[in-house]
Design a protein around this ligand. Structure first.
Ligand code: TXA
Ligand code: MG
Length: 341
């Protein structure tokens, strides 16, 4: 797989046409979306989809999300389209919401990794929409990181992970949302499997009924427990450092970290707090502004790796709005280590 030349092209009509041509030939192309960069391939072509798994080093049992650019494409992926799906599509598509629905037989088998369902999303990013439209195909696309690394929010992040593994990366700048889409299953009781920019409350309001949140969003799975979403069982977004989230105020945080200050100890904090903290810091957004935390978190985790951080203490984000998704990703990066100060 390695050794392939990897092109990095700004998004324009020429590069979009090139991406579409590669996709129609069964190749894998990284594209920007509003959430994170995706590693796209023709969702109807088994060989093409298998190339995604190879490029990412993704476990075979973790299914992919299928990206569409219109409601006309939905029946290519979903066998049954309940009225809840139409309501949510009207409210949140195009946008950062993935719905799990019964799958069609047309999709490549590996897309669903053996499940009878498929996650489907209509992205809002103009480049993603242009590529899907130019290819004229539904595109299977997981996040464009190596399996286990933080999701990429810039083309440079994708290049760091995918150089030599794929022929083309489209550069669309920074991902505006910064965390992956909300995943909700509509098979059985509507249940959020992964929190994102679209919240469970917003979904409940549109559906006019309760929406569950899977337990695995905030707690580790017990040994042997089957996850509702296969992705939940994998260690995610994990930097090389051991991260611990510290719940408490800035003074308590600084005091705790001061006692631990040795080489290799870093803090992950909010902008402007660096001067109060007695170890080197990487920031992720502003304290009471979860949207800025969402756009900065994955980049900050990559920076900590580059700095050679061994032990990281992280300021805890709030959990309202997209903050809940930020907290979920940080919890997973920290392997659920949280300390109350
Ligand atoms: O924002 C996003 O969703 C990005 C961009 C590229 O669209 N994609 C993304 O894909 O985050 P990925 O593969 O990294 O995450 C997909 C998640 C995984 O946790 C997977 O287990 C879950 O969705 N998933 C996919 N299909 C599923 C299904 N049929 N049932 C349950 N969970 C599913
Ligand atoms: Mg991913």
């Amino acid at each position: 797989m390695s050794g392939m030349d990897t092109g990095l092209l700004a998004v324009n009509p020429g590069s979009v046409a090139k991406a579409a041509a590669l996709l129609r030939r069964g190749q894998v192309v990284a594209i920007p979306t509003e959430t994170v960069y995706g590693l796209a391939a023709n969702a109807l072509d088994e060989k093409a989809v298998e190339r995604i798994f190879t490029a990412k080093g993704r476990p075979q049992d973790n299914p992919l999300i299928v990206h569409i650019d219109s409601m006309e494409m939905l029946p290519m992926a979903a066998r049954k389209i309940p009225k809840e799906a139409l309501l949510l599509a009207k409210a949140f598509w195009p946008g950062p919401l993935t719905m799990v629905l019964p799958r069609t037989a047309r999709l490549a088998p590996s897309v669903s990794a053996g499940l009878d369902t498929v996650g489907i999303r209509m992205p809002a990013h103009p480049a993603a929409r242009a590529v899907i439209a130019a290819a004229g195909l539904p595109l299977a696309a997981p996040s464009a990181n190596l399996s286990g690394s933080p999701s990429p929010t810039t083309a440079q992040h994708v290049l760091a992970d995918m150089k030599g593994r794929i022929p083309l990366i489209l550069d669309g700048g920074n991902s505006p949302v910064g965390v992956e889409s909300t995943v909700i299953t509509l098979v059985g009781t509507p249940t959020v499997l992964r929190p994102g920019f679209v919240t469970a409350n917003e979904i409940a309001e549109v559906l006019g009924g309760p929406v569950a949140v899977a337990a695995a969003v905030t707690a580790p799975l017990a040994a042997g427990q089957a996850p509702a979403s296969p992705g939940m069982k994998y260690k995610h977004y994990a930097p090389k450092a051991e991260i611990t989230i510290l719940q408490g105020n800035l003074a308590q945080f600084s005091h705790y970290v001061a006692a631990k200050a040795t080489g290799g100890v870093w803090a992950l904090c909010f902008e402007g707090e660096e001067t109060e903290i007695p170890v080197p810091c990487v920031t992720y957004g502003k304290k009471n502004n979860p949207a800025t935390q969402a756009t900065a978190l994955f980049s900050a985790l990559r920076t900590l790796d580059e700095k050679g951080a061994k032990t990281v203490f992280a300021r805890a984000p709030g959990t309202s709005g997209v903050g809940f998704a930020v907290y979920n990703r940080l919890l997973r990066a920290a392997a659920f280590r949280v300390l109350e100060l």
